[in-house]
Write a protein that binds this ligand. Sequence first.
Ligand code: NAP
Length: 272
Amino acid sequence: MKHDTVLITGASSGLGRSLALTLARPGRRLFLGGRNRDRLTETARLCISRGAAADIRLCDVTDRNGMEDWVHSAGPLDMVLACAGITGGTRRATAPDGAPYEPDAQARRMFATNVEGVLNTVLPALHVMQGQPRAADGLRGRICAISSVAGIVSYPGTPSYSASKAAVDRFMVATGGNMKQAGILLTSVVCGFLNTPMVAGNHFPMPGLTDVDNASRRILRGLRRNERRIVFPRWLVAGSRFMDLLPIRLAEAYYTNQPTGAAGSMPEPDLS
Ligand SMILES: NC(=O)c1ccc[n+]([C@@H]2O[C@H](COP(=O)([O-])OP(=O)(O)OC[C@H]3O[C@@H](n4cnc5c(N)ncnc54)[C@H](OP(=O)(O)O)[C@@H]3O)[C@@H](O)[C@H]2O)c1
């Protein structure tokens, strides 16, 4: 698999940083994006210490023009990994008989970051790759976006996160069907909990919690095998698919009684 030039969003933390470090080696050039300068610089430093060339870009994935400019200026690109994302759960109602709720600003930010942010990464990457010659394996490039097992179900504890990740998965898999002919592999990652800062403040047990470096290796192996959807842990994804086949009242009764679904059990995302 040719991946001499790789662009990664969300490279300042968690999975994006781990993928960057796993890929870092002499002869490889990494374009690393994020908003936090210190953490992004640290990722670049670690990649350079492993022999890779690393360029950082401070960029918000919701900034369409900024992302277009970055992706076009970085190209040609062998691989793009869209990792930037946020999560957040419902809050406890303030009124005694009130329902758990998700603030409007959180729902909108979730869609802006997780859905528009992926579009702002993937669409310019498609344009750049369409202008590139095919490599020996017939591919012009690979683009991978991180969805989630939460995207398979209508999870009451994280409504916008579930919906945004469902959109990412459907967009990547459906568009990938068309892009095959153009020699561009589009891949969606449907994974369970990873031990990253994103989930470090969760107040509930996380079934199937996966080490982030193992997750990175699993994702890169899947990309080498040209997988269109990379799925792990399989038992959790299979169980979630089953839950989604149940009548809503049954699935909801189960999820709302899980500690993972409880309002206020996740840290509030930074919406500043
Ligand atoms: N951890 C899990 O259990 C889990 C499970 C399934 C899927 N995922 C998905 O995996 C991906 C990586 O998450 P993670 O666990 O590595 O979380 P993380 O450690 O919190 O990292 C999130 C990354 O996204 C970046 N980011 C967030 N908003 C951004 C914005 N508006 N513009 C640019 N960058 C932004 C952050 O960078 P800055 O702060 O520097 O901007 C950071 O590098 C996400 O898409 C997440 O939804 C995670």
